[in-house]
Design a protein around this ligand. Sequence first.
Ligand code: COA
Length: 259
Amino acid sequence: MAYQTLLTSLENGIFTITINRPDKLNALNRDVMHDLDEVMNEVYNNAAIRSVIITGAGPKSFVAGADISEFIGLSGEEGKLLAKKGQDIFFKIENAPKPVVACINGFALGGGCELAMSCHFRIAAENAKFGQPEVNLGLIPGYGGTQRLTQLIGKGRSLELLMSAGMIDAKTALQYGLVNYVVPQEELLGKAISILEIINSKAPLAIAGCITTANAVFDESNNGFEVERNEFAKCFGTEDMKEGTSAFLEKRKAVFQGK
Ligand code: COA
């Protein structure tokens, strides 16, 4: 499917989504948010997609935030609707049954940092910069940033960043646990692909179970241990579990079908 603001490609089960507004540092305007919503439907529904990379076009920016020009004149009620829509799209990423990795190729500010945090894990290029500068605009993050930043780096570091509008570099993001790796920009996608190739060789339904259970840690309406028991039980009904355990005992490599 073609998108107005995104480039997509599918190779060996790895679907790369590139936000493509480099002249505006890939800021998330309504069109990009609409396309992100649609492209996630494709991720959910296309069985050929095994895992996903989200990145930004150009060497300078992953996403420099929500498009500030669209904030002018919004009422509180309209602001609430905007936040709800953004949060729902980012929940769709977070709850995707396939791994979604953010490859951060530059600025990840405001909604860009929030987008990266909604992905299952993050890899940064050496020039990446992270921050939630909304207080500069008299705002706070509205697409889940206050929650996920605090989950990922802890309350003290999160509140310092949120309240100061400070930016941290890739090395500090690594030290904070916000990203898993920092690599030279030319190795960014390659690093993600090498990890996703390993994940794609595992049982897809079990991978989905890992995502569901890890997300349950942060969902107060759910008991995470109960979710884990249920997901564990579900695995026993799968062909892949029979294949994985038999292959181990027969000393051969498992071939998973996602069934
Ligand atoms: N929304 C709308 N437009 C944005 C944007 C955003 N969040 N971030 C960057 N842009 C636009 C700029 O307005 C500029 O457009 P123009 O060329 O038509 O004037 C273009 O992208 C390039 O940005 P520029 O500011 O010239 O680049 P820079 O290298 O000097 O600075 C940043 C880079 C990221 C530091 C700066 O663009 C910035 O502070 N952006 C806003 C970050 C932010 O507050 N995000 C949170 C939003 S809630």
